[in-house]
Design a protein around this ligand. Structure first.
Ligand code: FAD
Length: 289
């Protein structure tokens, strides 16, 4: 089913993101975790795609498996940096044949040296979106950045380009992780002022491994508020306490988002089910429907 059809029947969606496993051990872990998360009846799941290239085939295999063997509505992430038009056309055709109806279309991160010298037919997700839209086969998501994308000069510029992605055919936005809900709601307000009426689904990354999250936030430009840093700094070598604090904070964050009107939650699961299960099952039923 297309995610835009799911929106017609559900005010809120709950979705889980996975990445393709890289070795035998992580295949087993992923199987167990997908099994646990399935019990929560997500609205859809998504599978990331490595812009760098090393896991692209695995990514499509996993999308195919979850959509067609497990039977869950699955969204394939797809990046266009480094791609040429004929590869994109072939890949989209491949996904259509496998009955994949949902895409998260992204540019992918630029190499450290920037876009100069890149052999790519695409510079932005907005170059890719109209190609997929013209096939009339997909519901299309695009990325949004409550703290602005690292390359943007300011939020107005970032929201302007997000609006452009919608105008080119994106049906909804999923956000980068954030840890201060006011950032999300300010971002949604800016988007509404810029005439973006589509759903903006918050991306949730529970902090269960502080060192790892610090690495991710540095890469993505998301910030961790001081109050949260102070909770984690003293316990960063104590995994149990870190897990407990991280889950408690994420439950608080999710409940507040839903109470204040967010149209669902998209969990970056990092292929681990436990935190997402603990968080999701602590959300009062009235808020999750
Ligand atoms: P774009 O929309 O192209 O934006 C990049 C920058 O260019 C921004 O500063 C934007 O304001 C500006 N811009 C946008 N359009 C234009 C335009 N037409 N002209 C001029 N400037 C423009 N990465 C992966 O490799 N694989 C994944 O599976 C993946 N999944 C993700 C899922 C989500 C929900 C999010 C939020 C990010 C994901 N990423 C993934 C990371 C993403 O690839 C990077 O953040 C990347 O740097 C930007 O991708 P984008 O699609 O937002 O790019």
């Amino acid at each position: 089913m297309r995610i835009s059809e799911i929106f017609e029947y559900h005010n809120k969606t709950f979705s889980f993101e996975f990445f393709p496993p890289r070795n035998y051990q992580s295949i087993l872990e992923l199987g167990i975790n997908v099994g646990q998360l399935l019990k929560l009846s997500p609205s859809f799941v998504s599978v990331t795609y490595g812009a760098g290239g090393s896991t692209q085939e695995l990514s499509f295999d996993l999308v195919d498996y979850i959509q067609n063997k497990i039977g869950l509505t699955t969204m394939a992430h797809y990046t266009c940096i480094n791609a040429n038009k004929s590869k994109v056309e072939q890949d989209l055709e491949y996904l259509i044949v496998r009955k994949i109806e949902n895409l998260m279309l992204l540019r992918g991160d630029l190499p450290a040296e920037g876009s100069d010298g890149l052999d790519s037919d695409f510079l932005h997700a907005s170059d890719l979106i109209p190609i997929a839209r013209s096939l009339d086969a997909f519901s299309i998501g695009a990325a949004g950045y409550p703290e602005g994308h690292q390359e943007s000069r300011n939020m107005d510029e970032d929201v302007k380009w997000m609006k452009y992605k919608i105008d080119q055919g994106a049906d909804f936005i999923i956000t980068q992780m954030f840890f201060d809900n006011d950032l999300y709601f300010d971002f949604v307000e800016r988007a509404r002022k810029a005439n973006i009426t589509k759903r903006i689904i918050p991306g949730i990354m529970p902090i269960t491994n502080y060192k790892q999250i610090n690495k991710f936030t540095k890469m993505s430009g998301a910030t961790i508020p001081d109050a949260i840093v102070q909770k984690f700094e003293p316990v960063q070598d104590d995994p149990k306490t870190m897990y407990r604090i991280g889950v408690e904070l994420a439950i608080e964050q999710c409940i507040d988002l839903l109470k204040r009107g967010a149209p669902g939650l998209h969990f970056y699961t990092l292929n681990k089910s436990r935190a997402t299960v603990d968080i999701y099952s602590s959300i009062p039923h009235g808020l999750s429907t």
